[in-house]
Ligand binder design. Structure first.
Ligand SMILES: [Zn+2]
Length: 111
């Protein structure tokens, strides 16, 4: 399965990006929690920011999870096979969404 080497590299570099993003978000959140703002309006903005950061953090962690699962599937030799129908996922889709678990037809059915 040499053809997945490129995708594996892509997944690993995506994973690195998201991991760095999570670290940056967490540092940012901790930093912002330290000083207590005097202004109430500023405080409100601060907690809104933290909500946005938390949402971004969740999204990035979810992506890392998807990427890890894709990497595990490459190792197990089940990568690129639709989890629902067992048919191969088209390479074009895998290039666009390297962590895809479903073919386009099955992904559509889930919506
Ligand atoms: Zn399918």
């Amino acid at each position: 399965m040499a053809s997945f080497d490129k995708i594996k590299q892509q997944l690993l570099s995506m994973r690195e990006d998201y991991t760095q993003r999570i670290e940056a978000i967490e540092q940012d959140t901790h930093h912002k929690n330290e000083p207590v703002e005097k202004d109430f309006a500023e405080q409100a903005t601060q907690s809104e920011n933290n909500d946005v950061l938390a949402a971004l953090d969740n999204e990035a962690q979810l992506m890392v999870m998807h990427i890890d699962r894709a990497l595990a599937r490459i190792e197990q030799g089940t990568y690129g096979i639709c989890k629902a129908c067992g048919k191969p996922i088209p390479e074009q889709r895998l290039q666009a969404v390297p962590y895809a678990e479903l073919c386009i037809a099955c992904a559509d059915k889930n919506h």
